[in-house]
Design a protein around this ligand. Structure first.
Ligand code: GDP
Length: 492
C-alpha cells in the first residue's frame, strides 16, 4: 500500500518513514492476497535524493502489485502531499494499467466519515473509500473494490488481446481480397497464392530503421540486469559503469528482499533532451560475496532468474578465459523464454593470451555455437580491469532497447515474408501436404511478436520457423539484440 502514512499501512497510527517494504499475507472472501507496504512517501523533500529512493521503493512495490491503494488521513483532510501522490499515481501507475483506489483512513463515524472522505474525490482517482482501520469499518468494502478493479482489468486485458488478433484477422481478409482471393478459396489448392510469389527471386530488401520508429528513450527508466556465473566480473563491470558516471542513487536502503537496485543517469548530448535513466537491477546480488554467490548454485541462478524477469535488457557476462558453461545456457534460455533483450559481454579480454587477428572471430564463433539460445544477441569483448570497451555497453544497451520496442509496418513485414517464402517455401510432408503462408502482422513489442497466418500451422516445423526468423533478421536491420516471438496461426 502506498500511503502518506507509514507503519502497517491500514493498521498502525504512526507517522515517520520506513524505507523498507514489508509484506503481509491476508485472506478475504476465499481470496488470498499479499500486501506490500512501501512505507511513507514524501514528495516535498528538499534533498531530492531521499525522495528518489522512496519513490524507487514504491515503484518496485508497485511493479510487483496487481493494484495500489493510496491511504490518506481523513482527520488531517486533503493535503498537498496527497495531491502530489495522486498525481504521481495517475502518471506512473494508472498509465501502466494498474488500478488505484483511495482509502481515507480515520473515518470513525459513519456520517462525518463519508463527509470527509468526499473531499478526496479531488484526487481524481475515483470514489474514495472511507475506512477506519482501528474499528475495521469500511475495509471489507475497500478490499471488495480492489478485487473488482483487478477483475475488470483482467477481463479488459483478455478482450484487448482478442481485439488485436481479430483486427489482424480482418486485415488478412482484406489483404487476400486485394489479391482476388476470398476467404474460402484460400484454403483450396489453386488459391491464387502464386500471385504472391511472382516476386520470386526478388532481392531481399535491406530496410533502414527510419520506418515507423515511434520509440523514444527519454521518458522511461531502462531496466538492466547483469547476470552470469560467479567471478566472471559482474561487480567489476558494475563498478566501472558507476565509477565513471554520475550515480544519482547508488545503494537504496536495504529492503525486505535484500534486492538493491542502483540508478544511473546518463546526461544527453543536448540540453533539450532529458538524460537517460538506467536502473541496474539487484546490484546486491552482484556485489555480495560469500554466502549467496558461493553458496548453492541454486541461489545464484534463482536470483538471476528474478533479475531477468524485471529487466528490459540483460547483460549476460562471460569470462573470456574460461568459456561457456551449462549455467550460462540455462540463463540464456531463460532470457529468450522471458522475451528479454540481451547483450553478451565477454569480459577479461585483457587476460586472453596470444591474441591475433583470428582470435576475435574464433571467439565469436565459439560463443555462437555454445549459446544458440541467444544467437541474435550482439557480443562485445571488454576488460573491466582496464576499462577497455566498457563504454560500448551503453550503446549496446540503447540499441537493444530500441530493438525490443521496434515496430515494423505490415507492408514491410509482408514484403520480407513474401521474399522468404518465395526463396524457400514451407517443406512438404511425404503426402505432399504443405502449409501455405499468407500474411503476417506484428501484434506487439517488448519483445516484438509477429502473427503469421497460414493454411496449416501444424505442418510448419521448427526448422522452417528458424529459417523465417533468420530471414527476417537478415532483411530488417533493427531486430538484433531481441528475441522475436513468432505465432503461426491457421485460418479460422
Ligand atoms: P563477479 O563475481 O562476477 O562479480 O566477479 P568480480 O567482479 O568480483 O571479479 C572476479 C575476479 O575477476 C576478480 O578477482 C577481478 O579482479 C577479476 N576480473 C574482473 N574483471 C576482469 C578483467 O576484465 N580482466 C581480468 N584479468 N580480471 C578481471
Amino acid at each position: 500500500m502506498a500511503g502518506t502514512q507509514s507503519g502497517g499501512a491500514i493498521v498502525a497510527d504512526e507517522s515517520g518513514i520506513t524505507r523498507d517494504r514489508t509484506y503481509r499475507v491476508g485472506e478475504f472472501m476465499n481470496k488470498k492476497f499479499q500486501i506490500v507496504d512501501t512505507g511513507g512517501l514524501v514528495f516535498d523533500d528538499k534533498e531530492g535524493l531521499f525522495m528518489a529512493q522512496i519513490k524507487e521503493q514504491a515503484m518496485i512495490a508497485i511493479s510487483e502489485s496487481s493494484a495500489v491503494v493510496l491511504v490518506a488521513d481523513g482527520m488531517a483532510g486533503l493535503t498537498s502531499m496527497d495531491l502530489d501522490l495522486a498525481e504521481f499515481l495517475r502518471r506512473e501507475v494508472l498509465k501502466r494499467g494498474i488500478p488505484v483506489r483511495v482509502a481515507v483512513n480515520k473515518c470513525e463515524s459513519e456520517k462525518t466519515g463519508q463527509a470527509s472522505a468526499a473531499e478526496f474525490w479531488k484526487l481524481g482517482l475515483g470514489e474514495p473509500n472511507a475506512v477506519s482501520a482501528i474499528h475495521g469499518v469500511g475495509t471489507a468494502e475497500l478490499l471488495e473494490g480492489v478485487f473488482e478493479d483487478i477483475e475488470r482489468l483482467e477481463v479488459a486485458a483478455g478482450k484487448e488481446g482478442k481485439k488485436v488478433l481479430d483486427e489482424a484477422d480482418r486485415e488478412m481478409e482484406d489483404f487476400l481480397k486485394g489479391y482476388g482471393i476470398d476467404g474460402e478459396d484460400a484454403k483450396g489448392e489453386d488459391d491464387g497464392f502464386n500471385q504472391l510469389s511472382k516476386r520470386e527471386q526478388r532481392k531481399v530488401v535491406r530496410m533502414k530503421n527510419s520506418l515507423d520508429d515511434e520509440y523514444d528513450l527519454d521518458d522511461e527508466m531502462i531496466n538492466v540486469a547483469i547476470i552470469g556465473r560467479p567471478n566472471v566480473g559482474k561487480s567489476s563491470i558494475l563498478n566501472r559503469i558507476f565509477g565513471s558516471n554520475r550515480a544519482i542513487v547508488s545503494d537504496i536502503a536495504g529492503t525486505t528482499r535484500d534486492s538493491i537496485d542502483a540508478i544511473m543517469e546518463r546526461p544527453s548530448s543536448s540540453p533539450s533532451v532529458p538524460p537517460t535513466l538506467y536502473r541496474f537491477i539487484d546490484t546486491a546480488g552482484i556485489r555480495r560475496k560469500g554466502k549467496v554467490e558461493f553458496g548453492p548454485e541454486f541461489f545464484m541462478v534463482n536470483r538471476a532468474l528474478r533479475a531477468i524477469r524485471r529487466a528490459d535488457v540483460v547483460l549476460l557476462v562471460l569470462d573470456a578465459t574460461s568459456g561457456v558453461s551449462e549455467q550460462d545456457r540455462v540463463l540464456a534460455q531463460k532470457v529468450s523464454d522471458d522475451g528479454r533483450a540481451c547483450v553478451i559481454v565477454c569480459n577479461k579480454w585483457d587476460a586472453v593470451e596470444d591474441k591475433d587477428e583470428a582470435t576475435y572471430d574464433k571467439s565469436v564463433r565459439y560463443v555462437r555455437e555454445e549459446l544458440p539460445q541467444v544467437r541474435w544477441a550482439p557480443i562485445i569483448f571488454v576488460s573491466a580491469s582496464s576499462g577497455q570497451r566498457v563504454s560500448k555497453i551503453y550503446s549496446a544497451v540503447d540499441e537493444a532497447i530500441r530493438a525490443h520496442r521496434k515496430r515494423f509496418t505490415t507492408a514491410v513485414l509482408n514484403e520480407v515474408l513474401r521474399d522468404a517464402v518465395a526463396w524457400q517455401p514451407p517443406p512438404a510432408k511425404r503426402s505432399g501436404a504443405a502449409a501455405k503462408v499468407y500474411y503476417c502482422n506484428q501484434v506487439s513489442v517488448r519483445p516484438p511478436t509477429v502473427v503469421v497466418f497460414c493454411s496449416s500451422p501444424e505442418l510448419i516445423n521448427d526448422n522452417y520457423k528458424r529459417y523465417m526468423d533468420r530471414k527476417f533478421r537478415e532483411s530488417l536491420t533493427g531486430w538484433t539484440s531481441t528475441p522475436v516471438r513468432w505465432v503461426y496461426r491457421g485460418r479460422r
